[in-house]
Design a protein. Structure first.
Length: 398
């Protein structure tokens, strides 16, 4: 079953396969790994302190892909994870910086507005290339304090890194992988130089605050600041591109909801929460490692085993959500798994939500009778970060 889900042929609609998978909430695979697919069991695992996010605790560790550079705190366990996350959150949200996202409201609105302005009068647009891809890079560069003249380089690096994530050695030229490796190194070096500059010339940006804060946990090292900035740029980018694109696709497939949003702009808040459940940007957490033998749904998982968490399956579990395959922005008690759960709950979630809310509201308000060109659209290869690689939309008379 897992092989069928991971196969590209399932990318456009993996949900029937998830439904089959939920028949065995914890399924051992031929390679000794375990797949968890039901809501209750996924949340139990995500909140279990006996499960590790550190690749070194797997019985068969996999390379980190960072070439020896420090990982971000999403790949760490307590207490180190908790310390670094606290240090980052002091400047990224409540309680120490409660106004960060609301303070970006004007910038977000102007940036989305500028991108949507360029779509006026075009008969055909690509939601990915024209809006969803450029938006998060621009926002995070602004947040970090990256000089405007450096933004094109950051866009190029993010693009090369994203292309290398789906690298297939059997079909792709090796240059695709090499470009990704080079982009990671270039991005890390550039961020490192910016952090060095902020020690002596601080500004009103996130890099400056991280570089000069001697808080209760001490000062974050430059290497950890760079890793945190990369996390915002890369992980945040993947999430927001897919969330906006999946969101527009879902609205175009549900024209009555699209019209409701046009008439009731406040609907966007619960609507984005339902998108995070119904068509989430991240479908799978590829691994957790068991510190010791653990029992999940009457299945004993041995120490060091790889555990794969099927978040998108859990968010469509009929034992947790009524009529889970229906897109319902009026859904109550919508505790989805779109941003995970537990100590690793996505720390950029509030920003991702607001970017998506503004982007979808503006697209729906200003596009003229938008229609899908191809349904289903072409999808990215990744079963983990699932979303269309392009979303072509016609507008106007056609």
């Amino acid at each position: 079953m897992l092989r069928r889900i991971l196969d590209y042929s399932a990318r456009a609609d993996p949900y029937p396969l998830y439904a089959e998978l939920r028949g065995t909430p914890v399924a051992r695979q031929e390679d000794g790994s375990y797949v968890v697919s039901t809501y209750r069991e996924i949340t139990d695992v995500l909140n279990d302190p006996r499960l590790s996010s550190d690749v070194r605790n797997l019985s068969r560790p996999t390379p980190s892909g960072e070439g020896g550079a420090p990982s971000s705190f999403i790949h760490m366990d307590p207490p180190e994870h908790d310390r670094l996350r606290r240090m980052a959150m002091r400047h990224f949200g409540p309680p120490h910086t409660p106004g960060l996202v609301t303070g970006l409201e004007g910038f977000l609105t102007a940036t989305v507005g500028g991108l949507v302005d360029e779509l006026a009068g075009k008969e055909r647009i690509d939601v990915v290339d024209d809006l969803a891809f450029p938006l998060p890079v621009t926002v995070v560069c602004h947040l970090l304090g990256v000089p405007r003249e450096d933004e094109p380089r950051f866009r190029r690096w993010v693009n090369d890194i994203m292309n290398s994530v789906d690298y297939d050695p059997e079909t792709d030229p090796k240059a695709r992988l090499d470009n990704g490796v080079r982009a990671r190194n270039d991005l890390r070096q550039c961020l490192g130089r910016l952090v060095e500059q902020r020690h002596s010339h601080p500004g009103d940006d996130l890099l400056s605050r991280l570089a000069n804060d001697d808080g209760p946990d001490g000062r974050m090292t430059d290497a950890d600041i760079v890793a945190t900035a990369k996390l915002l740029l890369i992980a945040g980018h993947e999430t927001i591109v897919n969330l906006i694109t999946n969101g527009m696709l879902t609205l175009l497939r549900h024209p009555h909801v699209l019209q409701r949003l046009r008439d009731e702009p406040n609907l966007i808040v619960p609507l984005v929460e339902e998108l995070l459940r119904y068509e989430p940007p991240v479908h799978i957490i590829p691994w957790r490692a068991a510190y010791s033998d653990v029992t999940v749904a009457d299945t004993v998982i041995p120490q060091g085993s790889q555990i794969m968490l099927m978040l998108a399956s859990g968010s469509r579990d009929p034992n947790r959500f009524h009529d889970p395959d229906r897109f319902d922005p009026d859904r109550h008690d919508n505790q989805h798994l779109g941003f995970g759960s537990g100590i690793h709950l996505c720390f950029g979630g509030p920003l991702a939500r607001r970017e998506t809310q503004i982007a979808l509201t503006e697209l729906v308000r200003r596009l003229d009778r938008p229609r899908l060109v191809v349904d289903p659209p072409p999808y990215r290869r990744s079963p983990v970060l699932r979303g269309p690689v392009h979303l072509d939309v016609e507008q106007g008379d056609g």
